[in-house]
Design a protein around this ligand. Structure first.
Ligand code: DLL
Length: 433
């Protein structure tokens, strides 16, 4: 099912003409309103009007997460605050989040894009959409919510957590579409099994899963355990949130990018050179319709490749392969983006803790588990066990406070964590996805 026939099936030439028109418009707008972009564009010798063809995009400078940090919180907004009706935020590399803003029109655009995404999974006004993405600063909950309402479906705004209750509501309310992270979908399936609930007792048909990496084998497992079709959906706060690209139920092969709003490029992360279709590299997006928070050539750090092969669903939108990794050290733990540097910033506020630590991530059942091992100095380590335990609890609490993820802190003897001979290996990720 295609939500917006006109734009999702545009012939290539018409799509490129539309992209060029919109790209010129956004470059003019940010040049006029965002000092960061005016400076960056001027440094690159670029003036509004210089953009003649779509390929000129490759001459524009990149934008990175650290640019967003430097302009925290609202420095990248292209409209006055009176026009901003909503903000969301995602993890930055330090203690401060990245803040993104939306005008009323941006919220409409986002709702349209999420309506498209949900339609990729066959959602109609007759469906009951069980939305277990987190509501709050995270873009998942509210983004999906507005899209489902736009379709006219019945939305259950569950947010995450309390799995047994989620299952009860799904049974009682007759949920047909499930929205959550893929690992949470597996968790729901496991709890259903423990509770002796047969998936046939539910009306679920399809799930739209994203916000973290997953694999084909996880798809198969979710589909088998919940007896549904499982689709991959992708997005990031800096670009809009979910609603950037989505698989279609017809092929479940690659995610269609909503190119009339976001122009994708793949670059070599080392050189910044643009790579041709088919080659894997870092995904870069330019938003061409957003008003409050447009980004030019934003480096997502996500690795994928693009392929323009026609799709049997009828969409002409280019597809991206599922995300295969990242170029930085960001981890996603239970759907929350975590940078090792954020944990380090908490550890370094604690007296007696040494700057040697390691994060061990594993999966128990379908749940991510994070253990933080950190060295403490000799005098602290020889202290009473009780004091050490109190200290561990305090660090666990501070990490939870800052990042919103629970972890287990293990204080270890000086010199037990392996020293690096180059780049420190801060993370041991034992998850098999
Ligand atoms: O995770 C938006 C979202 C919400 C997408 C709900 C899909 C569903 P952020 O919190 O800003 O936004 O995190 C964005 O999550 O750069 C990827 O590294 C990762 N990510 C998102 N979707 C996928 C996916 C939301 N389908 C970061 N596969 C992105 C792999 C994903 N990684």
């Amino acid at each position: 099912m295609i939500w917006n026939d006109e734009y999702e099936t545009l012939p290539r030439e018409a799509m490129e003409a539309l992209q060029l028109k919109r790209l010129r418009d956004v470059v003019d707008r940010v040049y006029a309103t965002v000092p960061f972009y005016r400076n960056k564009l001027s440094e690159a010798g670029f003036k509004p009007g210089d953009l003649r063809k779509l390929s000129d995009l490759a001459r524009l400078p990149f934008t990175t997460k650290s640019d967003l940090r430097d302009t925290y919180p609202f420095g990248m907004f292209a409209v006055p605050m009176e026009e901003v009706v909503r903000v969301h935020a995602s993890s930055g590399t330090t203690g401060k989040p990245v803040v993104v803003g939306y005008t009323r029109r941006d919220i409409d655009t986002w709702s349209e894009l999420m309506a498209r995404t949900l339609s990729c999974g066959g959602t109609t006004s007759g469906d009951v959409v069980h939305n277990a993405y987190g509501y709050g600063l995270f873009t998942g909950g509210l983004g999906a919510h507005y899209g489902a309402e736009k379709i006219g479906a019945t939305v259950i705004p569950m947010s995450g957590g309390n799995t047994k209750r989620q299952i009860m509501i799904m049974q009682d309310f007759g949920s047909t579409i499930l929205l959550c992270t893929p690992s949470y979908a597996l968790n729901i399936a496991d709890v259903m099994k423990e509770e002796g609930i047969d998936p046939d007792a539910l009306k679920l048909k399809c799930g739209l899963f994203g916000a973290e990496p997953w694999s084909e084998s996880m798809r198969k497992e979710i589909e088998k355990k919940l007896k549904i079709s499982a689709l991959d959906i992708y997005g990031l706060s800096e670009v809009i949130g979910p609603g950037v690209s989505s698989e279609c139920i017809e092929e479940k092969h690659g995610l269609h990018i909503f190119e009339d709003h976001f122009i994708p490029e793949i670059i070599d992360p080392a050189t910044g050179e643009r790579l041709p279709h088919g080659e894997a590299g870092e995904l870069v997006f330019t938003t061409v319709t957003k008003e409050a928070f447009p980004v030019l050539r934003y480096r997502t750090r996500d690795i994928t490749r693009l392929f323009p092969t026609p799709c049997s669903c009828g969409r002409t939108l280019v597809r991206m392969e599922r995300i295969s990794g990242r170029t930085d050290d960001m981890l996603i733990i239970r759907g929350v983006n975590v940078f090792p540097s954020q944990i380090e910033s908490v550890l370094m506020t604690v007296e007696g803790v040494e700057p040697h630590y390691q994060l061990i991530v594993s999966r128990e059942g379908s749940l991510d588990v994070l253990e933080v091992q950190v060295e403490v100095n000799e005098s602290l380590f020889s202290d009473e066990i009780k004091r050490l335990e109190t200290l561990s609890r305090r660090i666990e609490h501070d990490i939870k406070d800052l990042l919103g993820v629970s972890c287990k802190v293990k204080l270890v003897e000086p010199k037990t964590i392996q020293r690096s001979e180059g780049k420190a290996k801060r993370v041991i990720d034992k998850r098999k996805i």
